[in-house]
Ligand binder design. Structure first.
Ligand code: GLY
Ligand code: MN
Ligand code: MN
Length: 453
């Protein structure tokens, strides 16, 4: 039977095979440099489809490392990189074979025949051949790099593979002596984004920012949290993003003080805040934006005063985000401003700002960190003990969360505010890629007044 021709895969995005070749070469070089080995193997699984219920599956999304080094979108696939003693690097992709019967139901597979040319891979095989291809390579590799101690099934297969090679030690065959977690090598590469990645992330950020604008404009008392979520999701998909980067948080009134409240059925009331933390995923790359606004389009005085403190903390964190600064610098800058603000608002007993910071008194109202790396994962890989470098992308997301309490004036009860932008570290500072949705309270009120209220 003649199988249908391939259309270009929509998930190919702007990142092509040539870039994956460069990334794999950089990985191989890092291995040689840091492990000091001549021969080695890198093994990365794509992951498998997971059952949601009975015969109904969750949408498949490839493992981030697998995606980063291959751009191959199908489940049950593996990347095997072979560093050879002569210094060359060979790439093997294992993927599902073509299957006319299954493809009628599930869609066209790339198959091992077409994969090398389409994905800039040296050799492709049926996934069923993995053990057979791996065994002789493992017998002459000094190091094996793979996602270690993360997945019980993979760990069990690793024991099996190693058992086979170790059993041949009397025949003079030496099993790899170094088994190393892939993240130690993939994280430093993934942490510095190339131009194509930055373009994709800016596009994802733009889509998400516009979705936030639409949700603000759709807000009014009487609507449910899920109404605003539906506006976000509609914009994400209409703009071509494949997924949310994480479950959307739409948190009204008291829910705004629950950090990861999923959009629910609560009805928005006048004079309360709505906190939306939502972002789309585009071609595998996350965006992550939070905005907080009044349900009825007008901040109360206590809401506005608190909002200004969080916005000032975001400004301070932005100023602190530059090459050479430690990853913790934006957090420390934000905490200082939030501590000052909590004293000014009368939410903490009189004391010095330093005392608020040293005793951690601010944590009652600000209990999370200000930043995480952003990339293929919303909480992306990267070493948070090191200094920032150009090409890194991190979030800046200060907040204040004020629950009802006897020592808190009622005007502040249930004010939960977080403002979150995505920052690209540049040569001299940082660039916020999420400012297509306003943060200024006057601009937010003006945008909401121009909506369909
Ligand atoms: N959206 C999850 C976070 O901001 O970390
Ligand atoms: Mn975040
Ligand atoms: Mn967020």
């Amino acid at each position: 039977m003649l199988l249908p021709e391939h259309q270009p895969l929509p998930v190919d995005g702007p990142i092509h095979g040539a870039q994956h070749v460069v990334r794999r070469a950089a990985l191989a070089q890092a291995l040689r440099d840091r492990l000091g080995v001549g021969t080695g193997l890198v093994l990365i699984p794509s992951g498998e489809e997971k059952v949601r219920n009975r015969d109904n599956l969750f949408p498949f999304r490839a493992d981030s490392d697998f995606w980063y080094f291959t751009g191959f979108p199908e489940p049950e696939s593996w990347l095997l990189l072979h560093l050879q003693a002569n210094g060359s690097l060979e790439s093997h992709l294992f993927c599902r074979p073509r299957d006319p019967e299954r493809e009628i139901w599930d869609g066209i597979r790339v198959g091992p025949e077409a994969a090398p040319a389409r994905f800039a891979i040296d050799h492709a095989h049926d996934t069923a051949e993995l053990d057979a291809v791996l065994a002789p390579l493992l017998a002459e590799a000094e190091a094996l790099v793979l996602p270690a101690a993360r997945d019980a099934e993979l760990d069990a297969r690793l024991r099996g593979w190693m058992g086979v090679v170790r059993a041949k030690s009397r025949a003079g065959i030496q099993a790899p002596t170094q088994i190393v977690d892939l993240e130690a090598f993939s994280a430093p590469l993934r942490c510095i984004k190339d131009a194509a990645e930055l373009r994709t992330m800016a596009k994802a950020a733009h889509i998400s920012a516009k979705a936030h604008c639409a949700a603000m404009q759709a807000s009014r008392p009487g609507k449910a949290e899920y109404h605003l979520e539906s506006v976000l999701l509609s914009h994400f998909r209409a703009a071509g993003s494949q997924s949310v980067a994480y479950p959307s948080i739409v948190a009204s009134g008291p829910h705004s003080c629950i950090l990861h409240h999923r959009a629910g059925h609560r009805i928005l009331l006048p004079d309360e805040l709505v906190l939306i933390d939502a972002g789309c995923e585009l071609d595998g790359y996350a965006s992550d934006i939070t905005r907080t606004f009044p349900a009825n389009g007008k901040f109360t005085p206590a809401q506005r005063d608190t909002y200004q403190v969080v916005l000032a903390a975001l400004d301070a964190a932005t100023d602190a985000t530059r090459p050479g600064a430690m990853f913790s610098a934006p957090h420390e800058a934000a905490v200082r401003v939030l501590a000052e603000g909590l004293l000014d608002l009368g939410l903490l007993p009189e004391q010095s700002v330093d005392a608020v910071i040293e005793t951690g008194a601010y944590r009652r109202f600000y209990m999370h960190r200000t930043s995480h790396f952003l990339g293929l994962n919303v909480h992306d890989v990267g070493n948070t003990q090191l200094a920032l470098r150009p090409g890194m992308v991190l979030t800046l997301e200060p907040g204040l969360y004020i629950r009802p309490a006897a020592d808190v004036p009622p005007a502040f009860w249930n004010i939960g505010i977080r403002i979150e932008d995505d920052a690209v570290v540049t040569e001299h500072g940082c660039h916020l890629i999420t400012r297509d949705v306003p943060v200024d309270p006057d601009e937010i009120e003006a945008l909401m007044a121009s909506g369909d209220q």
